[in-house]
Ligand binder design. Sequence first.
Ligand SMILES: O=C(O)C1=C[C@@H](OP(=O)(O)O)[C@@H](O)[C@H](O)C1
Ligand SMILES: C=C(OP(=O)(O)O)C(=O)O
Length: 448
Amino acid sequence: MPVATEYRAVPARIRLGRPHPGNGPVRAKPHADKAISQRATLLAAIADGQSQIRKLAGCRDTASNLRALDRLGVSVRVEGTSVTIDGVGPGGFDFRGEAVDAGNSATTARLLIAVLAGSRADCVVDGNDLLRNRPMDWLMEPLRQLGADLTCLGREERLPVRVAGRQLRGGTVEVEIDSAQPVSAMLFAGLAADGEVVIRRRTAARDHTERMLRWTGVDVRAAQNQVVLTPGTPRAFELTVPGDPSAAAVLAALHLASPRASSSLLLDDVCLNPTRLGFFRALRSLGADITWQERAGAGSPEPVGTIEVRGPLRLAGGTVGGKELIQAGIDELPLLAALCCRADQPLVIEDAAELRDKDIDRITATVELLTQFGIEASATSEGLIASPSEPKPPTELLLPRDHRLVFAGCVLAVLAGGELVLDGMDAAATSYPALVEDLATYVPVEVL
Ligand SMILES: O=C(O)C1=C[C@@H](OP(=O)(O)O)[C@@H](O)[C@H](O)C1
Ligand SMILES: C=C(OP(=O)(O)O)C(=O)O
């Protein structure tokens, strides 16, 4: 039976007026976290029994995830923002058929390949044209070391990938890039292996999978450069997904860019996992007045609390780098670059080569976006340099086909005083279907 996996579309073309004047504090709850939602549904699908996830992120990527699970024969029932999933246990998938479509979501595709690798399934994982361009080699290589049978049907180790499920073995694998995704994927695959799995990693990045596995009774031990997993079956669970720090970053950036910046912004119920707060930590190191406070007894594997942002926007500029800080704010670097057009000194972003392998090359796209607002910026091999200057709005801007760049474009548009047409807003639905409504807090929006 098909599940309700629609996501709310975002209008493609809007006209912004002049940002609302005035002040007064703003209080908001960012929508539910996408990375946690992605992991929670997959974990529920291989848990022991029926799980319920409340406040699942209602965006295009999680809709792709639920649709894929439904196609694989998992019982997925959606009611509003809650979803109930009947787990089949690690290795329990036995779907034999054609393609399972991960849409635009690399997290869905990569984690699915991993859980399918150790199951009885035999099928193809595919994605849309942007996802077919994204690398899978650093995912497939360590999976193959555990015995996975993966065949690339696309070009150069890209999607579509055929997964012929089989019993995986334990062992030690190396993850060759900074990304969190291969570590999460190896943990998901390792649950069905026949012995302990040791994952050696270069960088400690977002650790939602480790936290959720421990929380559901699986033995996972993490140190700086490795994670060790004893195979096992996660217990079924009930989870309320906390607010998305990436959405909190968009709201914070819009607020700081707007004439309301001198009043405070309070963001409630946000996931305060330190591996996700890179944007806020970086802004603070550049001089912004931002604090966060954990709420006691949130009853979830993640720390949850409130972020307070106090303007006005005053940034010193300087270098943002270091692999862990960059990983903790990897999706927010275009936003950071946008805000830094108001800094005293140039912004230098380092250690961010991975940005080239996102939906599009986010280093090149950020530089081009800044340039369209008259800001001098250039790409480096692993990041970018942007010189501060007052942004000038083009009359009309065709946004890149990438949600993270759409957010940065909106922030630049508000900084530049609005009064322009933004085209290509629809890409925001990948992670942020309420973007236009939230933008309207700061600037009049007319849907064209
Ligand atoms: O694991 C995840 O849920 C994600 C990890 C990040 O990718 P990398 O781990 O490749 O940096 C991030 O860009 C993406 O938005 C989601
Ligand atoms: C790149 C992103 O996600 P994914 O890798 O899952 O496509 C993102 O959300 O910015």
